[in-house]
Design a protein around this ligand. Structure first.
Ligand SMILES: Cc1cc2nc3c(=O)[nH]c(=O)nc-3n(C[C@H](O)[C@H](O)[C@H](O)COP(=O)(O)OP(=O)(O)OC[C@H]3O[C@@H](n4cnc5c(N)ncnc54)[C@H](O)[C@@H]3O)c2cc1C
Length: 398
């Protein structure tokens, strides 16, 4: 006979948000069961931050999140802050450091963050089940019933924490979105974000030639700008700045790169013309840009003046070149997609959810948390903080 289980709360998905919600609810004395389809919970935590998990950021602000309702994150982020999570990390004796721009990483391994969450779950009596395939979720008069390969599970409350679509090999599925649609919630069109750009035009060989080179730049698109490292790869443009801008870029749009963020390029070149008139452009730019990049830029931006001494180059040409170096405009053919994207942009429309508890306004007892919701953080620990904060909000309410 198939097993029948009854708990207070079922959490579907044992990733960052699901585990945090489960331990919070468990600490309140609720009987909680986490059901995950994968062979292991918390796979993205293990993979994150190059194995060191960038678990939060010192400078969490609502402005670091993209959502069709920019106010939605405020309540959850202020109820459970980065300082709360840092205290928990310290309570577990996990050593960490700030890498850059407020980003906090484990000194040793992401495994410690997952162990911390699972230890907290165990202390709170949370039961965590892997290899669990859920076939159906139905609302009944008294709560919810789930049919799965481990039997029928009844629960008063159900929290959906199945994450986004990125990196399918880490257990991602569209199940959370399907459940949302089943209950009549709108799911906003999703796209891969925090993802490298690809090119099919002249930039393809340029990126190949420069593969491995990193430069500090300002990149802009979709009305946003970021200053961080740009990395050329065999496939296109990556590095923190490209990942950040990918969340604001739309297919068909251009990106603009300021290769000299600390200079007024026109002024720099005109001063060089006055004092170093016999020099070539490439020699003057050598002071401020890597040699390999200049070789490629020369072929693209000033091929006819490659051998012309600066003094003989008209000011108008120098001005145009200076502008180009500070607004190098490129048109990506696309992105690497969900295969390598860190997150999914958009998702379940926040209009259906309470920003305080993450509960569905039209379906009491049903909650959606974490990345499955239309909230996407910037790169730098912001997505995990949303997982902790939204998990805490639901875990305190279920
Ligand atoms: C390579 C990589 C590195 C990253 N690094 C960072 C970082 O350093 N800092 C940061 O802030 N963010 C980082 N992120 C983003 C961050 O991992 C996610 O935003 C975060 O994990 C989202 O948490 P979640 O709980 O909503 O979803 P997830 O952590 O994705 O968890 C979803 C869970 O649901 C389970 N699941 C899926 N479908 C089903 C189903 N049908 N039934 C049952 N269970 C199901 C999955 O197995 C998984 O365990 C990274 C992402 C990737 C891919």
């Amino acid at each position: 006979m198939a097993k029948k289980l009854h708990v207070d709360v079922v959490v579907i998905g044992g990733g960052a948000a699901g585990l945090f919600c489960a331990l919070t609810a468990g600490q309140r004395g609720r009987r909680v069961m986490v059901l995950d389809s994968s062979n292991k919970v918390g796979k993205k935590i293990l993979m994150s931050g190059g194995g060191r998990c960038n678990f939060t950021n010192l400078h969490i602000e609502p402005e670091n999140y993209i959502s069709s309702n920019p106010h939605f994150v405020k309540s959850a982020l202020s109820s459970y802050t980065q300082w709360d999570f840092i205290s928990l990390v310290e309570k577990h004796g996990i050593a960490y450091h700030e890498k850059t721009l407020g980003q906090l990483f484990c000194d040793e391994s992401s495994k410690l963050i997952l162990k911390m969450l699972l230890d907290e779950c165990a202390d709170a009596g949370v039961s965590v089940k892997t290899h669990c395939q859920i076939d159906t979720l139905e609302k009944t008069e008294h709560g919810f019933v789930l049919h799965s390969n481990i039997g029928e599970v009844r629960a008063d409350r159900v929290v959906v924490a199945t994450g986004g679509l990125s990196i399918p090999t880490l257990g991602s599925s569209g199940f959370g979105y399907e459940l949302a649609e089943q209950f009549g919630l709108t799911v906003l069109d999703r796209t891969p974000a925090l993802v490298p750009f690809t090119f099919s035009d002249f930039m393809k060989p340029v990126c190949e030639n420069l593969s491995g080179l990193s430069v500090d730049v300002i990149m802009s698109s979709g009305g946003q700008s970021f200053r961080e490292g740009l990395l050329f790869t065999h496939r296109g443009l990556s590095g923190p700045v490209a990942l950040q801008i990918s969340s604001y870029w739309s297919p068909g749009e251009s990106i603009e790169i300021n290769l000299l963020p600390d200079e007024d390029a026109i002024d720099y070149l005109l001063r060089a013309k006055a004092s170093l008139g016999k020099s070539l452009l490439k020699s003057v730019l050598n002071q401020v840009l890597p040699k390999t990049l200049i070789v490629e830029l020369e072929g693209l931006l000033w091929p006819t003046y490659a051998r012309t001494p600066l003094a003989e180059i008209p000011d108008s040409v120098i001005r145009a070149l200076g502008s180009n170096l500070q607004a190098w405009t490129l048109k990506p053919s696309g992105t690497e997609g969900y295969r390598t994207a860190e997150v999914t942009l958009r998702g379940i429309d926040t209009r259906h959810l309470s920003s305080k508890t993450m509960e569905c306004l039209d379906h009491p007892g049903l909650y959606f948390i974490g990345e499955v919701v239309d909230v996407t953080g910037h790169l730098g620990g912001y997505n995990f903080q949303w997982a902790w904060s939204s998990g805490y909000a639901a875990g305190s309410a279920v």
